[in-house]
Design a protein around this ligand. Sequence first.
Ligand SMILES: *Cc1c(COP(=O)(O)O)cnc(C)c1O
Length: 400
Amino acid sequence: MLNSKECMALEAQYGAKNYKPIPVVISKAKGVFVWDPEGKKYLDCLSAYSAVNQGHLHPKIIRAVKKQLRKVTLTSRAFHNDRLGQYLKTLSEFTGLEVVLPMNTGAEAVETGIKIARRWGYRIKKVPQGQAEILIANENFHGRTTTIIGFSTDEGSREDFGPFTPGFTNIPYNDTEALEKAINQNTIAFMVEPIQGEAGVIIPDEGYLSKVSAICKKHNVLLILDEIQTGFGRTGKMFCFQHENVMPDILLVGKALSGGILPVSAAITRHEIMDVITPGSHGSTFGGNPLGCAAAEAALQVLKDEKLDERSQELGLYFLQGIQKIASPLFKEVRGKGLLIAIELTDQAGGARQYTEKLKEKGILAKETHKTIIRFAPPLVIKKKEIDWALSVIKDVFTV
Ligand SMILES: *Cc1c(COP(=O)(O)O)cnc(C)c1O
C-alpha cells in the first residue's frame, strides 16, 4: 500500500493540476469519519461538497448496491431495466414533481434543465427561434461545461475557455427588482441556487425565493432551481425551496442523490414541460443505469428513515451557534442554514487556506472557498458530541 506522500507525488506527476487539494490522502471512510493511509482519523466537514449527506458507506445503501451488483449494472436506455421505473416514481414523489430525466453528474442535470427550458420556450411559450434567453445570478456555480462556465462570473473558471454559448443574461443575486427588470418577451427561465454554496454559502433574504417564484409565474418564466448542493436535507429541509413553500418548475438534483456512491443526477419537472423532450432529443449512456437507481433509491430511503432533514435543522443550528459563540476576532461573519455553514474571515486573517490546513492537522477536513471563506458541511448523520469536539478544535484554531 502506498503512503500519503507517495499518493500525492503520483497525483502531482501524472494528474492535471485542476485542483489544489488540502494535503491529506483519504484511504478509508465510515459515517462522518475518514482515515489516511497512516491511520490518522479525521472528521469530514465537507462531505464531498454535500454528496455524502447520508454519511460515508451507509450500510443500507451499500447493501442495496451490493445486491444490485449481482444482477445487472448497465443496460443503456436502448432497453428498459427493471430498476428505473420504480426509482423514477420514488424520486418524483420525493420532490413533489411529476417526471424525471435521469443523468449522472450535476453539470449534466444543469445542461438538461437548460435544454428542457429552451424547447419549452420555443414550442410552448413561442419565443422566436434562436432568441430564447435564460437569466442567471451573478456568483453562480452550476458546474464546469463550456456552456455553464460561459455564464459564470468567476474569472478563474472561464478565462480563455471561450467563445461561450449565447442566450444567458446575468443579474445580481438576491435582487428581485433586477429580476423583474431583466425579464423581456424572450425570457424563458431564471436558473438560480436557493443558497449559493460555492460562492461561500450566500444566503438570500427571507422571502427572496417566494418573490422570485411569483415574478416568474407572472411573466410565464420557468423557475429552475439548482438544488444539487442544497438538496436532500442539507439546509434543514429535504429541499431548500421548502423553507419558503415554493415549487420550482424544473428542479436539478445530484450529489447526495446517490449518497456518495455513484454520480447520479436528474432534472425533474411537470409533464406539461417535460413533454417537449422526445425520443432522440436528449440522453446519456449511463443515465438511469440500474446500479445508480439502486443506490439512489436506498439513499432517498435513508434520508426519510433517519429524518436527516430534521437532524440537519436541529444540529445545524447547534453547530452554527457554537461557532458564533467562539466569536474570534478573525471572524467577519458566521452564517448558515441547516448543516451548510460558513465562516467568513476578516481580511486581516490572511486568507482561509492556512486555517483549513491547521484544521486538518487537528483532525477536521474542511475546504476554503474563495480566499476568505471556510465551509462546514459534515454528513447529516453527525452526532452532537462530534459537533462538540469539532467546536473545541475550531475554537483552538481561531483563538489568537
Ligand atoms: C456541485 C454543483 C454542480 C455541479 O455538479 P457536478 O456533479 O460537479 O457536475 C452544479 N450546481 C451546484 C449548485 C453544485 O454545487
